[in-house]
Design a protein around this ligand. Sequence first.
Ligand SMILES: NC(=O)c1ccc[n+]([C@@H]2O[C@H](COP(=O)([O-])OP(=O)(O)OC[C@H]3O[C@@H](n4cnc5c(N)ncnc54)[C@H](OP(=O)(O)O)[C@@H]3O)[C@@H](O)[C@H]2O)c1
Length: 287
Amino acid sequence: MKRAPRYDVAVLGCGLMGSALARRFASSGLAVTAWNRTPRGAEALAADGVRPSATVGEAVGEAGLVVVCMSDVEAARHALASVPSLVGVTVVNLSDGTRDDAEELARRLGEQGALCLDGATFCYPEQIGEQSALLVFSGSSRAWTEHESTLMLLGGRARHVSEDITGAKALYLGSGAFFLTALTGFVESTACLLRRGHTLEEIRETTLYGLELLGHATQAVASSIASGRHETDQATVHVFADGARKVLAELESAGIDSSVMAAVTGKLDATESAGMGHLGYSAQSLL
Ligand SMILES: NC(=O)c1ccc[n+]([C@@H]2O[C@H](COP(=O)([O-])OP(=O)(O)OC[C@H]3O[C@@H](n4cnc5c(N)ncnc54)[C@H](OP(=O)(O)O)[C@@H]3O)[C@@H](O)[C@H]2O)c1
């Protein structure tokens, strides 16, 4: 049995996100230690009430809950491999990786005696601790029940999504396809609008309206994909494809790199070519 922990939480990895996690735990009144490969990353947190540990073993040996936030799962696996026993420790991995990475890390940590949760952070470091921040966790329900109140400090919308250790990564990676393409599409759009002389205030107004519209459109598209029914009484693929070609031409004539818009146009073209131009936007999912 591990002796009574001196710290409530150990954070391994004090980059931008790991530091935000450690600071949030500490400002909530928890006893926190932190380790970082480059020592100054952990030392910089001392002013926020986080005690730096010199080694992974020291940090893990003194805490019952270990939150790992490194660049990727491989780094997390490597750092924790040096700890001979993790009996009595719950490890929460918030480092990015694939579903397979999450599974493999949990298997190895389980062999070392740990209870495991894998997680994903759907927010920026500055949002950590806010009511609106979403973090998802998957894996051992026992570990979640034991540490729920601590992990909920990280964001008001933090939740356990699945007993399956890969559940959090599956949700994060699948959602990333939307977030990342939308954000890069926004970069193309904004560069074009600014080049045409529009103001940030104008862009803000149309963006906020666009986000409302997107909220509505995404719900409708999701329902159609789930039901397999792609008929529409609102707007057909033909209409969207015509519009997309004009948007692409506008970006090109403004001299903007338009690779995301070109990909969208290509996908709508392909949907038309497959004979589905009369259906709704969701018909692209049938390609
Ligand atoms: N920042 C965000 O907005 C955000 C949002 C969602 C998810 N995430 C995820 O959170 C994780 C951390 O992101 P971050 O923004 O904090 O990144 P970051 O600022 O680049 O920090 C990376 C951290 O990983 C450590 N690290 C890298 N390779 C290592 C290795 N081989 N062994 C030990 N430690 C290693 C670094 O240590 P050194 O200081 O020694 O280099 C540093 O502490 C990533 O998986 C990221 O995808 C971040």
